[in-house]
Unconditional design. Structure first.
Length: 284
């Protein structure tokens, strides 16, 4: 059975139901597993194969979707892929890469699906991205085995401070993208089998109701299997690691004139079959 893993009061919880109606019930993973899986969502992700069976347990938790926490609160590694949509490479005026362009967002930047995004400057940009959550780690994972190592997918925002990012040559991608609150993730980790087509997920982003990004993951230059295979050929992937897979066209710094996030704005990012991030922007 497909599952949707969320954090309710910081406890691993399987959401009951999906679709346009708000989720109001959940299954506490620790109780449903008879205590064999602890309450930490990270512990549940490491045992993701067992969550399929637990998803049929009777609900025992009331859920307020507006108060869900980060479903992957303490990833060991956070990878991100740059220029992974041709439309984004084109708008940035950069060539399409021959191999995945990899950087990191440091784990201290990760926050929940409704966390406020704090502005350290007036040059903060948005990037809506499908995020892969590693379930079973390893090295040298073959592309055809990649999804077996994935616990599921979630939504993310690769928030970016562009002055710091481009302050030197080569650019400081990781530093410009790792301020506190620069990695909203959620609202849930959904198993691959819960999506109609895990290779073709629609995503979009709005600022105060204005659509600024809209794409589908079928347009990724390097799809999820290729990304997992490439990363694992160099790094050991571990349960709970995150992989931001890239953003479609529509970011702010490539516009004429550039547009950046401002205090009081509401950044809404939606991911088909996964859910919606709603992040208010505020000054530090």
């Amino acid at each position: 059975m497909a599952f949707r893993l969320a954090a309710v009061n910081d406890r691993a919880t399987l959401l009951v139901g999906a679709g346009p109606e708000p989720v109001t019930q959940g299954i506490d993973v620790e109780r449903a597993s008879g205590g064999s899986i602890g309450p930490d969502p990270m512990a549940a992700l490491a045992r993701h194969e067992e969550l399929h069976a637990l998803a049929s347990a009777p609900p025992d938790v009331e859920v307020d979707e507006a108060r869900l926490g980060c479903p992957v609160p303490s990833p060991g590694q956070v990878f991100a892929i740059g220029l992974n949509y041709r439309t984004h490479a084109e708008e940035a005026g950069l060539p399409v890469p021959d191999v995945p362009m990899v950087f990191t967002k440091f784990p201290s930047s990760i926050c929940g699906p409704t966390a406020d995004i704090e502005l350290p400057s007036g040059a903060v940009d948005w990037e809506a991205e499908l995020v892969v959550v590693i379930g079973s780690g390893g090295r040298d994972i073959a592309p055809h085995d990649a999804l077996a190592h994935v616990a599921g997918f979630t939504g993310g925002q690769d928030v970016s401070e562009r002055v710091v990012q481009f302050a030197s040559t080569p650019a400081q991608f990781s530093m410009g993208k790792s301020y506190a609150t620069f990695g909203p993730v959620g609202p849930a980790v959904v198993s691959c089998d819960s999506l109609a087509d895990p290779d073709d997920v629609e995503l979009w982003c709005e600022i105060d109701g204005e659509r600024v990004q809209h794409g589908r993951t079928r347009d990724l230059i390097f799809g999820v299997p290729a990304i997992v295979a490439y990363l694992s050929s160099i790094c050991e992937l571990r349960p709970g690691d995150l992989v931001f897979t890239g953003t479609p066209a529509g970011v702010g710094f490539t516009r004429h004139p550039p547009r950046f996030l401002g205090p009081g704005e509401l950044l809404v990012s939606h991911f088909e079959g996964i859910g919606t991030l709603r992040n208010r922007i505020r000054s530090r």
